[in-house]
Design a protein around this ligand. Structure first.
Ligand SMILES: NC(=O)c1ccc[n+]([C@@H]2O[C@H](COP(=O)([O-])OP(=O)(O)OC[C@H]3O[C@@H](n4cnc5c(N)ncnc54)[C@H](OP(=O)(O)O)[C@@H]3O)[C@@H](O)[C@H]2O)c1
Length: 345
């Protein structure tokens, strides 16, 4: 079979090469998936080098080809989406890819592979951030009856928008978010009660305060995590509040708050010093539970997928897509590639 290996050129641009590799065999807890469509994420260009090409894709949508001995809930032919173990071989830029059964979920027949490929990595990221790190009530727990305000910085990023979707499912309110030119994706599905525009806005902290209307803020999520994004969140957070983000945030924050880095890889492995073995084990159990939940809400039409753009040329279109992500030219959409459209397979 063939996979696309990407690396950085001397000029800093991503380029890729189709390479013949052996078709993988699933380990006991894994699933081999014939990839129909692969998704992309910023990390696909962030973690590659100039030295060695690497198949860095993690978002898989396709059909189960074979399952490991311990896998009972999937069978060959099942339509699935899955999150591959980051930075390991057999990723999604390929004809076949491997994913753990714990981060694989069935998709309904009504959902296209293109739409399904937008879900996995960002959904597990947002879910770990909200439910494992911020300890917000999961949507499957009984509502407490009290309103829980929640602020999401960068609600129009893929991770931020997914966090808003989950927050709605959890019944949090008011939902306050900060976004820019792509805020229509939030408005379209009514995913926030208040949207604050970050562009040319020196008063984001004040705007959040107004939107909170005197309510105590105990939970905030920074889906951008690039200075100064966390500042207005920390400025409004209660002294007992928790602030979680998706990149390491080194700058000092108001009121002595710290931003806790939530890492989606924790659903697969221990990443010291980001998390302890105990935390990672809990996250690994959590992703399995969350996969069942995703399967259910997708089937019931209660979880809508991200706007999608199909890259031209299948796998051969991925380098251009990663370059666009790198240049921050991708606004409020996920770039995906159809494997069957790849010339040279
Ligand atoms: N920790 C983890 O496990 C983890 C997992 C996934 C992703 N990440 C990281 O999370 C970040 C976001 O990834 P993503 O896939 O969600 O990104 P994305 O969807 O590619 O983000 C694109 C969006 O960023 C928004 N944006 C740009 N500048 C902004 C600013 N200054 N303030 C607020 N929003 C801004 C734009 O919205 P507007 O058009 O509205 O401005 C744009 O639509 C990346 O750095 C990625 O590496 C980390």
């Amino acid at each position: 079979m063939k996979e696309l290996q990407v690396k950085n050129n001397a000029d800093g641009k991503v380029f890729g090469q189709l390479v013949e590799v052996p078709k993988p065999t699933p380990g006991p807890n894994n699933i081999l998936i014939k990839v129909a469509v692969t998704g992309t994420n910023p990390k696909d260009w962030k973690y590659i080098t100039a030295e060695k090409g690497f198949n860095s894709g993690d978002d898989i949508a396709g059909t189960v080809d074979a399952v490991g001995d311990n896998v009972a809930s999937f069978r060959p032919g099942d339509r699935v989406a899955a999150f591959h173990v980051m930075l390991t071989e057999n990723g999604s830029f390929a004809e076949y890819a491997i994913a753990p059964a714990t981060t694989t979920f069935h998709i309904p027949s009504s959902l296209s592979f293109e739409d399904a490929a937008t879900i996995p990595l960002v959904a597990y990221t947002a879910a770990i951030a909200l439910y494992q790190e911020l300890r917000l009530p999961a949507p499957w727990s009984r509502p407490s009856g009290e309103s829980i305000p929640f602020v999401v910085y960068a609600g129009s990023t893929s991770v931020g928008l997914t966090a808003l979707k989950l927050a709605r499912l959890s019944g949090l309110s008011p939902l306050i978010t900060i976004a820019g030119g792509s805020k229509d994706v939030i408005e379209k599905d009514n995913l926030a009660d208040v949207i604050i525009d970050y562009r040319n806005n020196p008063n984001i902290a004040e705007d959040i305060k107004k939107a909170l209307n005197g309510k105590e803020l105990l939970h905030a999520f920074d889906a951008f995590s690039e200075h100064p994004s966390a500042e207005p969140l920390a400025a409004n957070l209660s002294p007992k509040g928790k602030l979680v983000g998706i990149l390491q945030y080194k700058q000092e924050l108001p009121n002595g708050h710290k931003l806790k880095f939530a890492y989606v890889g924790s659903g697969h492995k221990v990443y010291p010093p980001l998390n302890t073995e105990e935390e990672s084990k809990a996250d690994q159990d959590f992703v399995q539970v969350f996969s069942s939940y995703l399967e259910k809400v997708l089937k019931e039409g209660r979880f809508k997928t991200h706007p999608v753009e199909v890259l031209v040329g299948g796998l051969n279109g991925i380098p251009e897509g990663l370059n666009k992500l790198k240049e921050q030219k991708v606004k409020a959409r996920k770039l995906v590639a159809r494997i069957a459209e790849t010339q040279g397979l």
